[in-house]
Design a protein around this ligand. Structure first.
Ligand code: 8YV
Length: 317
């Protein structure tokens, strides 16, 4: 018995239902914590998403679930230690959402630097008075340094795209990358986060969420960024201190930002809503039909492996 906590694209729901007794949460809302906790006694497998908090209390809710097959690559919403302690396996969906998320990172970078949101709002409000040489001037990407915080799959796919726009690539990570990206680019490694931030015209975040990266981009980090720089976040909301970000966007230290993720989704920090120079998207990183179907297929592959006693292809613990 499998519980899928949110509706998936129909094609993959059907594929899963062909082989298993599946319950889909039919409502448009996430399940509450007590329903998730009771589900631990009622199902063999739970397929959560980023909108579910599978914390230690939920995991303590029952002993039947043996696999948490997460629909998504990030798993900071799952209490791994608690799962491990009960012998519950956890899997995710790496690889299949890399391109979609890198595409969305470029979307945010382009929207922020070319002031796409401001222009769209102006046109829709009937306030566009016509072409003029100084209207909504933004910043070019060509020749600028893109600073990537983290250099995993999604960061590298973003780097390849940015390279095609004529950007130079720098990154911060715990170690220099073993290999060049798929597109064989040269990227400059900074072992120090603030050194990277000082060197970049535009910064994009690609680290996992969780306590280790919480407020990695705090007031001091933002201060280290160049005057007139841009910040893009398609990783996790809590990596950024949004009060400090709002201060920097209001005071002019940063020229703009593009965000797809927030600390308490679907809430968006109030101060950001009032700022014209921040592009705000509703967690669309992997939101293409192809990608969401591929994510479903990855989840199904992990469930099949588990059900037939094989090694889990995407075990995270
Ligand atoms: C997913 C994401 O859509 O996979 C991730 O970690 O952030 C998203 O792009 C989401 O997590 C679905 O659970």
């Amino acid at each position: 018995r499998i519980l899928v906590t949110r509706r998936w694209p129909e094609a993959v729901e059907q594929e899963l239902a062909e082989d298993y007794d599946v319950t889909f949460n039919e409502s448009d809302k996430p399940l509450d914590q007590s329903t998730l906790a009771s589900a631990m006694n009622e199902y063999d497998v739970l397929c959560p998403t980023v909108s579910d908090r599978i914390d230690a209390d939920v995991i303590a809710g029952g002993d039947r679930v043996k696999l948490l097959a997460n629909y998504g690559v990030g798993f900071d919403h799952i209490a791994l230690e608690a799962a491990r302690a009960k012998g519950i396996a956890v899997t995710n969906t790496p690889g299949v959402l890399t391109d979609a998320t890198a595409d969305l990172t470029m979307t945010l970078l382009l929207m922020a630097t070319r002031r796409g949101g401001e222009g769209e709002r102006e046109v829709r409000a009937g306030q566009w008075t016509g072409w003029r040489p100084t209207h909504l001037l933004g910043s070019s990407l060509h020749g600028k340094v893109l600073g990537l915080v983290g250099f995993g799959r999604i960061a590298q796919a973003t780097a390849c795209r940015a390279r095609a726009f004529g950007m130079k690539i720098a990154y911060y990570g715990r170690h220099p990358a073993d290999s060049k990206c798929a597109c064989d680019l040269d990227a400059h490694f900074y072992p120090d986060l603030h050194a990277l931030l000082r060197a970049a015209d535009m910064v994009s975040l690609h680290v996992p969420g969780g306590t280790q990266t919480r407020h990695m981009i705090d007031a001091a980090a933002i201060k280290a960024m160049r005057e007139g720089a841009y910040l893009v976040n398609t990783a996790r909301g809590e990596v950024v201190d949004h009060e400090a970000l709002a201060d920097a966007l209001t005071g002019g230290h940063l020229a703009g930002a593009g965000l797809d993720v927030y600390p308490e989704e679907p809430k968006v920090p109030e101060r950001l809503l009032a700022l014209p120079n921040v592009v705000l998207l509703p967690h669309l990183g992997s939101a293409t039909r192809e990608t969401r179907e591929a994510m479903g297929r990855k989840v199904i592959a992990n469930i099949h492996a588990w059900a037939t006693g094989q090694n889990l292809p995407d075990a995270v613990s």
